[in-house]
Design a protein around this ligand. Structure first.
Ligand code: EPS
Length: 375
């Protein structure tokens, strides 16, 4: 299973092509659109989300809600394009308007300009923008349909916003409630602190990042591999999460805490239980030796604060070589809820890839049968 994405933030549309889906898989288009709406939600979002109402338009690969086994091509139209056509049209446009040379620290602007020989960071930021993640959410939501057919579920919540942190541990069944909350947090007190922090950062023209936890529930053991490093499930999941804009670190299970504890407090002991095996702890986060072990897969990722600050950080104007404050027209103060649903999506897609590689199957019934036969 493979995903290719294309599209600029203020271009005509974002597009994606998924190859490798089995035939006869039911695509829940309403669920995809719900995930797209979740990506646009959350306390602290900026003006762009008032313009867009992201919806998937499936162009090929699905007939009467069922996949055909052919490439599934889809688009998410940028409503803002009508305001940008004169500066973005592929057919010809004014490239002297809406230029950006007061490059933003922490964004792709400066390094991208140097690498791709551009004098206008517009030609970099249009693609580097996190708007591209709408495609990955749609694709991940389709991957969730595939996983759901096997009884595998994906969930998550926000643990921390700019230092306001929830250190509780929750069962998988508690996570769905987070989506009803303004910051996808499960601890009301911490969430209130986080909202107050966002309000005050907004006043100061500043931004926030945070920490998200993602869980995969119901995946049988043996997905991934201990034989080749490229197939290790933890390596693939970490790569997928790190591939999301603004992610600076990923943990599996207790993650970095494992470096602070002795082995006796880290490794999950194994017990026999009526012909099967159980563990009473899940410090490994559901992955041992690069393979799923049947426990919940637990991932945490840290999102850096958004690099477009309304107050502008110190930088250099590449057009003049003079010091200045960085560009900042409009910005999200926090996009941690978007980050949560994006990370769920890329994790779902990665798990679906690992399942499809192991089980194959041209038709979804074949996949379900093979999955059911696994012990
Ligand atoms: C985003 C759309 C963008 C930004 C943000 C995410 O819209 P615009 O640039 O028109 O305001 O709000 O993108 C960035 C964080 C970025 O650095 O470009 C979206 O749809 O998620």
């Amino acid at each position: 299973m493979k995903l290719t994405t294309a599209g600029e933030s203020h271009g005509k549309a974002l597009t994606g092509i998924i190859e490798g889906l089995p035939s006869n898989l039911e695509i829940d288009i309403d669920a995809v659109n719900r995930d797209l709406a979740l990506r646009q939600s959350g306390y602290g979002r900026g003006g762009r989300q008032k313009i867009e109402r992201d919806r998937i338009e499936i162009l090929s690969g699905v007939r009467n809600r069922l996949t055909l086994g052919s490439p599934l091509c889809f688009a998410i139209v940028n409503a803002d394009y009508k305001n940008w056509q004169q500066y973005m049209a592929p057919e010809g446009c004014d490239v002297t308007g809406r230029t950006l040379t007061k490059v933003r620290p922490g964004h792709a602007d400066l390094t991208g300009m140097k690498k791709y020989c551009q004098s206008d960071a517009r030609n970099i930021l249009e693609r580097a923008s996190a708007r591209e993640t709408a495609v990955r959410v749609a694709a991940g939501s389709i991957a969730k349909c595939y996983l759901k057919a096997l009884g595998v579920q994906v969930g998550g919540y926000v643990r921390c916003v700019c230092g306001a942190e929830d250190n509780n541990v929750y069962p998988f069944s508690a996570l769905a409630a987070a989506k009803e909350q303004p910051l996808f947090m499960l601890n009301d007190k911490v969430q209130k602190q986080a909202m107050a922090l966002i309000d005050s950062l907004k006043e100061q023209g500043d931004t926030a990042g945070g920490i998200v936890e993602i869980r995969i529930n119901g995946l049988k053991s043996g997905f991934g591999s201990c034989m080749t490093y490229g197939e290790k499930l933890d390596a693939r999941l970490a790569g997928a999460l790190m591939g999301v804009q603004a992610i600076k670190g990923v943990e599996v299970g207790i993650g970095f805490e494992a470096g602070r504890l002795p082995g006796s407090k880290v490794h999950d002991e194994i017990f026999a239980n009526g012909g099967t095996y159980v563990r009473n702890t899940n410090n490994a986060g559901g992955i041992e030796g690069g393979m799923s072990n049947g426990e919940d897969i637990v991932l945490r990722a840290v999102m850096k604060p958004i690099p477009t600050l309304m107050r502008g950080l110190k930088t250099v104007d590449t057009a003049t070589g003079q010091p200045c404050t960085a560009a900042g027209e409009r910005s999200d103060v926090a996009a941690i809820c978007a980050c949560e649903i994006i990370l769920e999506s890329v994790a779902a897609f990665t798990i679906a890839q690992a399942v499809s590689e192991r089980l194959g199957g041209d038709d979804v019934k074949e996949v379900i049968k093979r999955y059911g036969e696994l012990v």
